[in-house]
Write a protein that binds this ligand. Sequence first.
Ligand code: ADP
Ligand code: GLC
Length: 477
Amino acid sequence: MINVLSVASECAPLVKTGGLADVVGALPGALKKQGVSVRTILPGYPAVMAALKRPKKLLSRRKLFGGPMELLAAKVAGLDLQVVDAPHLYDREGNIYLGPNGYDWPDNPARFAMLCWVAAMVAKSGADGWRPDVVHMHDWQAGLTPIYMQVQKVAKKVGTVMTVHNIAFHGLAPASQLNDLMIPSSYYTSEGIEFWGQLSALKAGLVYADKLTTVSPTYALELMTPDFGMGLDGVLRARNADLTGIVNGIDTGVWNPTNDPAIHPYKTPAGKAKNKADILQKFGLDESYGPLCVVVSRLTHQKGLNMLLQALPVLTARGGQVALLGSGDSDLERAWMTEAKHNPAVGVHIGYDEALSHKIIAGGDAILVPSRFEPCGLTQLYGLRYGTIPLVAMTGGLTDTVINASPAGLSAGVANGIQFLPVTTDSLATALDHLCDLYEDKKIWAMLQKNAMKQPVGWEESTRQYMALYQKVTNAK
Ligand code: ADP
Ligand code: GLC
């Protein structure tokens, strides 16, 4: 049995802003089948605190990063949680990263330094008679952990793995905060955590963790290039030998069209019809002869949805429609709402709605993911599982999880979606036109749906790879 402490800033079903939470929430259950025991350490945001029933106090400090801290343990939704209760840092309503003005909470560096410091305490002394063999850090919020493990002189036996879910977020703080963050100034060098005159928590993880992973093999390669590495490609090239790409799975229990409580369940694509009718009605769309394309997404530059707005006429000219569920940047929200107002082929729901995300994916004919970059992406995997054909940009995990309906893919009978490259409006428009061609050919469309629904999208293969990696870092100690 290997003990793993997973360090993360979000975890489904308790607190979620994106796919990171899904992965952090699903991995422990999937790894259990491989003989790995995972405890997940999280900040005590209000939603997390409210979910704890009779928690057990594990550790406490009267003053850490400006206030009191208690580490609490509880089992919630099958997860073994360790929750860092520090009200001065976490007891605030609203977005977990952003204040009411839409900008990062000014004390974010301390908020997540606290998480990492306490994780290092657990690595050092254990808690509740349990001690990790491996500490697994997710994204910049967990990045300072290996430094704090050194500062706290954790015996060398605990291995560290850092997973990059999205390199766009660096966790920057002014160098003047080194002291407050309890980071010795010896780490503040260009080979260490310095990044263009600031300190970067993400870089700390990339430099000091034993092994690095990211969430797809293609993104692992992309990260080492200037186009995708966002200034950290050199660091990743230097650590090439320690970097692997392990593709995300989805929770096939939660995302199961045969018994999903949010939809009219179905076993074959024919069963999608009722769900489609519901979505058309809900989004105020009439029946049409073209494909109903759905989108479930954060509305940010990454996701390429402004390109979709520009490419829409090609789709709608062929009877295609779009139903979009999303929230995010206000200019994108506004642009989509305006489109829906003037375009009868477009329906939009601005907001975050878990149940509706299931319904819309069940009801769509195709799901669109035109991302400019996409480390893995989960919604195309939901699409596959629900027989909703993914049309995706050929980048990151979208490259690795979809088999393109190219002439070769079609004649070999293996295609399950559409990929487009380069990631531009023109090539997206061409792909949408191709989608309409495929949709018109009922035989080909049925083949795509059949292939999609039988594609393995669970965690089995990826947990084997994580397990092998955990073994490698523990054996090396
Ligand atoms: P990212 O993490 O970059 O946002 P992913 O595709 O990995 O992209 O994961 C996004 C997750 O968030 C998926 O589980 C998706 O269903 C969910 N999601 C995104 N936007 C919404 C929304 N408006 N309502 C419900 N779920 C959403
Ligand atoms: C990030 C990425 C997304 C990935 C998710 C989970 O949010 O943007 O592509 O699927 O993390 O790893």
